[in-house]
Design a protein around this ligand. Structure first.
Ligand code: PMP
Length: 404
């Protein structure tokens, strides 16, 4: 039994203290709170002098460019990558769209794009639209009853018609973790590229893109204690070279005439226009915040808390878990017997418990596992046992209301 005693990470998050002390914030899968360190870094940047990057030679511009490129390096190292392999985007959604447009030339009529049944709409709709445009076929790895993907089905049915495999690392609905190294191996055996949606993984796992063996890895800053509007598209050098630019303008060009234009080198070729400078700086600051704490301790504290919540919910006679994946990270989905998840959401709020209810932007999975939707409890670094207890207490109060 691991002890639940640890650094009180909550103290570093102003939004969870003061007047908000009583809030049990269990919606980190939607967006995480921002630590003081990140807030002051953002303020410091603007106070010390802001300018556009990569252009002027004055000191504000030099400082901004240095901070922006240092942010790229810090974020790259966090996932075991090099700075030149990091493309800044506005988030995971934009990163998937950039790939679905930029890799369209790899997908011919009759080819296959494989997804899993548990994809977030952001890693589904862009591929679906690409398949429609190119007369290709979208293929789906089904989920088993417990919410794990059917790896055997995938192994059996994938063929060299497959050009792209796009899978989530961790399901945003049920927390199921995918065996990415194995999925990468299977995709590469048929010559396909593999895109991994890391939006729900990057704050909760030790990510090393080399160990994962994927071609692309994507995530959003606002689920990693950073600001909104910044995200990352990582790719191996060879994989990034294959992306054709689909957003055109300043920064991404090398030479322009009215007749034609040539493109800049990577990563700038895929970053048209003024980038989200403060977003990158803020996200790098969030990464530095996390790097202060021993990774093993941080992850094991979260695992203990997840196990605690899981055990309590499993034992509760009026709670029905949605999905029981073999490997789970940070997220638990459940329903309360005879209570619609939407009604439950409103009541949880009255007891100062912030949870998310609905289909969690993954309608196909929701339709399979729980058509009426579910309640999702998700953890962040600041989550504590008292938050879980507050949620359990709220469950009991809600069930009393529905008891007749
Ligand atoms: N994929 C997954 C697994 C997610 O959880 C989310 C956010 N809920 C996204 C993609 C989309 O991320 P964003 O809205 O930051 O682009």
């Amino acid at each position: 039994m691991t002890s639940l005693k640890h650094t009180r990470y909550r103290q570093f998050f102003p939004s969870l203290n003061g007047n908000n002390q009583q809030i049990a914030y269990l919606d980190s899968a939607a967006s995480t709170q921002v630590p003081e360190q990140v807030l002051s870094e953002i303020e410091k940047y603007y106070r010390q002098g802001h300018a556009n990057v990569h252009r002027a030679s004055h000191s504000f511009a030099r400082n901004a460019t240095n901070a922006f490129e240092l942010a790229r390096k810090t974020i790259a190292e966090f996932i075991g990558a090099k700075a030149q392999n990091i493309i800044f985007t506005s988030g995971t959604t934009q990163a998937v769209n950039l790939l679905a447009d930029g890799l369209a030339h790899l997908v011919a009529e009759g080819d296959h794009i494989w997804l899993s049944e548990m994809e977030h709409h952001s890693n589904l709709v862009p591929w679906q639209q690409l398949a429609k445009r190119n007369n290709a076929e979208l293929k789906v790895i089904p989920v088993l009853e417990n919410g794990d993907i059917d790896l055997g089905y995938f192994r059996q049915h994938i063929s060299d018609k497959c050009k792209i495999v796009a899978v989530t690392h961790v399901s945003n609905s049920i927390g199921a973790m995918q065996p990415i190294p194995e999925l990468s191996r299977i995709a590469h055996q048929v010559g396909a590229k593999i895109v991994v949606d890391g939006a729900q993984a990057v704050a909760h796992l030790d990510i090393d893109v080399n160990r994962l063996g994927c071609d692309y890895y994507l995530f959003s800053g606002h689920k990693l204690y950073g600001p909104t509007g910044i995200g990352v598209l990582y790719g191996t050098e060879q994989a990034l070279e294959q992306i054709k630019p689909s957003v055109f303008g300043g920064e991404m060009i090398s030479k322009v005439s009215f007749e034609q234009s040539t493109w800049n080198t990577l990563p700038y070729r895929l970053e048209a226009g003024t980038p989200n400078i403060i977003g990158a700086i803020g996200l790098a600051s969030a990464v530095q915040f996390l790097n202060q704490f021993p990774l093993k301790e941080r992850l094991s504290v979260e695992r203990s808390l997840l196990n605690y919540a899981l055990q309590k919910l499993e034992q509760h006679p009026q709670v029905e878990l949605v999905g029981k994946p073999m490997m789970r990270v940070g997220i638990i989905a459940f329903n309360l017997r005879n209570v619609h998840p939407q009604d439950a959401a409103t009541l949880f709020d009255q007891y100062n418990v912030a949870l998310r209810c609905g289909h969690h932007c993954a309608m196909p999975l929701s339709n399979t596992l729980s058509p009426r939707g579910s309640i999702r409890l998700s953890l962040g670094i600041y989550s504590e046992q008292s938050d879980i207890d507050q949620a359990l207490d709220a469950i009991n109060k809600i069930m009393e209301l529905f008891d007749d």
